[in-house]
Design a protein around this ligand. Structure first.
Ligand SMILES: [Mn+2]
Length: 322
């Protein structure tokens, strides 16, 4: 049995899409899909080590999946691991083939795109836009002679797929990421999807625009030269839109760090932090200072920040980027 383990955001879904559409590599028979909401990254432990012969892992931090990976490798299961998040210590094993690059301007789909020599580069462009890597997306788009209109459509597609991954649980999402992946697998050419009437593209677009419209009234909790934090309501629409709304704030004020905050049932806060676009570093380390925090240099989060640490967090972020 083969297991495909992937993050439920645009980067994870599209990285797998590129691999499974490919004519260049051997394809597994009826792979088992393991994914979840974007924040659900402890996915590797869900692999059944007694049934797995091989595992592909995409866009989830090796550091956070280290123990499960070691167990899989000890069972002599082949692992192909592609990612751009924190790696921690990388296990040494002949069974592990990895493409790991934590450069702030690359993402898993771009790494897969290199691996496949650009076989589905239009999808990779959409993924890079979806992971908010504008500059890298535009470079790849230009290399492939995509027009500005094509770029902006692929950007929309990436943003909508990414938006679908945000929620506390899969019940918040419009599409389960595994179902969304299966639907997208019908479109080797993303423009076919984009131009199709009433397609998933259109459905996601309408849902996205409705949620974003509500987010414009968000309450500002903290705002200075270096950091802006806004709070969104604890409702499915807000949980879905928090990440992409954060990207929009970041693009509007590229010199500031941005935090989008929602309250959890237990009174703690979910935090999504983005480093200033002009200084894409430190977000992962900042979030890791707080319990349940972690992530990448450019974008990171805290799953349950205790209420009494909120102002501490704002001050830390503000001081760090001052
Ligand atoms: Mn990613």
């Amino acid at each position: 049995m083969h297991f495909d383990v992937f993050n439920g955001d645009a980067d994870g879904i599209i990285a797998l899409l590129q691999l499974r559409l490919s004519q260049k590599i051997e394809q597994p028979n009826d792979p088992v899909l393991i994914t979840g909401v974007k924040r659900d990254i402890n996915l590797l432990k869900q692999v059944d080590v007694n049934k797995a012969k091989s595992v592909t892992v995409l866009d989830i931090s090796l550091e956070k999946n280290h123990d499960a990976l070691v167990e899989i490798l000890q069972k002599e299961i082949n692992v192909f691991y592609v990612d751009h998040h924190r790696t921690g210590e990388i296990p040494q094993s002949k069974k592990l083939v990895s493409l790991l690059d934590t450069d702030a301007n690359t993402c898993t789909s771009l790494l897969v795109n290199n691996y496949l020599n650009g076989e589905f580069c239009t999808w990779a462009v959409a993924a890079a836009f979806g992971d908010n890597m504008q500059a890298s997306a535009e470079i790849l788009a230009k290399q492939n002679n995509l027009t500005l209109e094509q770029q902006s459509l692929l950007s929309e597609l990436g943003v909508y797929i990414n938006y679908n991954g945000y929620g506390r649980s899969v019940e918040d999402l419009h599409f389960h990421p595994a179902d969304l992946f299966q639907q997208l697998l019908k479109y080797p050419d993303p423009f076919e999807l984009i131009y199709e009437k009433n397609s998933i593209f259109t459905q996601l677009k309408n849902a996205y625009l409705a949620d974003m419209d509500k987010a414009k009234n968000a309450e500002v909790l903290f705002n200075n030269e270096h950091c802006k934090a806004v709070q969104l309501a604890d409702e499915p629409w807000a949980r879905r839109v928090s990440g992409v709304f954060g990207n929009e704030l970041a693009n509007a004020s590229p010199n500031k760090a941005h935090a989008v905050i929602t309250k959890n049932d237990d009174g703690s806060y979910t935090v999504s932090l983005r480093a200033p676009l002009k200084n894409k570093q430190g977000a992962g380390d900042l979030c890791a200072r707080f319990p349940t925090g972690g992530g990448r240099a450019a974008a990171a989060g805290i799953n349950a920040l205790p209420q009494e640490m909120l102002s501490d967090f704002f001050n830390s972020v503000s001081e760090y980027y001052a």
